[in-house]
Design a protein around this ligand. Structure first.
Ligand SMILES: Cc1cc2nc3c(=O)[nH]c(=O)nc-3n(C[C@H](O)[C@H](O)[C@H](O)COP(=O)(O)OP(=O)(O)OC[C@H]3O[C@@H](n4cnc5c(N)ncnc54)[C@H](O)[C@@H]3O)c2cc1C
Length: 422
């Protein structure tokens, strides 16, 4: 008999998981409180698929930067003092994972998953003929600071044996690769080109996947908020929504930043914190378009061409589940983008900028949480933090394989929930 699976969350992660589950013969229902797919964090993210960004954000030295920028509205990393009590335990685990050895292990685990994900996404794109403003021109990471450039070059070299291709560029070579950078070439210490990075619109991708999943038999129940998970011993018995109770053989939690809140009553402590970020989308003047997406990692800023639009995204704010759109923050990323591409001033001045904010579901140590839980029929696919688009296809495939009893293509050990149970 076909087993039934209820997937909670129709973002990038839940929708892609549902498709892979249907492909493996399951009877799948996806539940989401919103009116359609990808209307929360997967809606307007930076659009980058970047194995090159595998190192988690708790690199040694992050605490110092956080404290230096405490309360500064225009800083790339902002910790609101009022948020401190609610993030104490997660914060301690975050700092513990920032020691060099665990940080290095997390970086390698994320890179392995990211490379596998790019491979899985390429397969999906060709198999389903997906259209999501995809671009395979890599990314160029720019540096004004020589020390930051050195550190990134060292990391790139260390990750080369694991499959991360990179090319150091002098400022003039960066401007040759991406001509719009020539205006600021004299301000740059250098750049790095990562040719295997990709980009595309995560919202469009999720809509495409939802369409294909529905064709494969997946049922979507929107406007359905899961309010509680009912457990019967070590087994999940059902989901309580605002309308009814839903029963399935297997349950997958892909509710992004909200997953920890759903499992807290089950006595599962999932160390995921909602790290807020912003994006601004504009339509630049005709002809003024990036060929290669640009990453300014010192400012935590990305500039990504998505068809005829440009997506500017960045900043990290630790402020609990607050999703107020703070114009000081979105204005700040726009100004930083205009410092890189001064030609943007025109369309922005004409009021053509759409601002958005979302919550990155960030684990304390970096890698997402994939696979089984102490409840035999409950699975996680969550905690993808700043890399949910990059890690989506591979994570979905690993979780669908685990549920189907297949051996995953890559070792899933580093992504297990049990790593938090020691
Ligand atoms: C500013 C910004 C820029 C980013 N840039 C990039 C990038 O360039 N590259 C990259 O790889 N990643 C990027 N990310 C990260 C990426 O967007 C996320 O990791 C990813 O969207 C997470 O997907 P998800 O499906 O887990 O969560 P979501 O998209 O949030 O989906 C979770 C779904 O669960 C639903 N839900 C929650 N609770 C319930 C409930 N109780 N009942 C029913 N439904 C529920 C929600 O409605 C939502 O639809 C960025 C994030 C931000 C904020």
């Amino acid at each position: 008999m076909t087993s039934s699976v209820a997937v909670i969350g129709a973002g990038l992660i839940g929708t892609t998981t549902a498709w892979y589950l249907a492909e493996r013969g399951f009877d799948v229902t996806v539940l989401d409180r919103r009116e359609g797919p990808a209307l929360e964090t997967s809606y307007a993210n930076g659009g980058l698929l970047t194995p090159s960004e595998a190192d988690p954000w708790n690199a040694p030295g992050t605490l110092g930067r956080l404290l230096r920028w405490l309360g500064r509205e225009d800083s790339p990393l902002l910790l609101r003092p009022a948020a401190l009590p609610g993030m104490l335990r997660w914060g301690i685990d975050f700092l513990r994972a920032s020691r060099p050895v665990p940080h290095r292990h997390s970086t390698e685990a994320i890179l392995r998953l990211a490379l596998y994900s790019i491979h899985a996404l390429n397969e999906l794109r060709h198999q389903l003929n997906l259209d999501y403003a995809a671009l395979s021109n890599g990314t160029v990471k720019i540096f004004r600071d020589y020390r930051a450039l050195e550190q990134s070059l060292e990391l790139a070299e260390a990750l080369r044996p694991l499959g991360l291709e990179s090319h150091p560029l002098k400022p003039s070579a960066a401007a040759a690769l991406e001509p719009l950078l020539s205006v600021i070439a004299d301000q740059l210490a250098g750049a790095i080109h990562y040719p295997a990075d990709q980009s595309g619109d995560a919202h469009l991708f999720t809509l495409e996947m939802a369409k294909h999943a529905a064709t494969a038999g997946v049922k979507f129940r929107f406007n359905t908020s899961v309010q509680a998970i009912h457990a019967d011993g070590a087994h999940i018995g059902g989901l309580i929504t605002q309308q009814d109770e839903i029963h399935a053989d297997i349950y997958v939690l892909a509710a992004g930043s909200y997953t920890p809140l759903l499992v807290r009553p089950l006595k599962l402590r999932l160390p995921i914190y909602p790290v807020k970020g912003y994006s601004v989308t504009i339509v630049p003047a005709q002809g003024y378009s990036l060929r290669v997406p640009v990453v300014d990692s010192e400012q935590k800023l990305v500039l990504t061409p998505l068809g005829d639009r440009l997506r500017i995204a960045g900043t990290a704010e630790f402020n609990g589940y607050d999703i107020t759109l703070n114009t000081a923050r979105s204005g700040s990323i726009l100004r930083q983008a205009m410092a890189i591409l001064p030609g943007l001033a025109g369309p922005v001045g004409q009021g053509g900028a759409i601002s958005w904010t979302g919550l990155r579901p960030m684990t304390c140590d970096g890698p997402p949480v994939l696979g089984g839980t102490p409840y035999g029929n409950l699975f996680f696919n969550t905690g993808h933090g700043p890399l949910g688009w990059t890690l989506c296809a591979g994570s979905a495939r690993i979780v669908a394989d685990a549920i189907a009893g297949r051996t995953p293509d890559i070792d899933p050990g580093a992504y297990r929930f049990s790593r938090f149970m020691r």
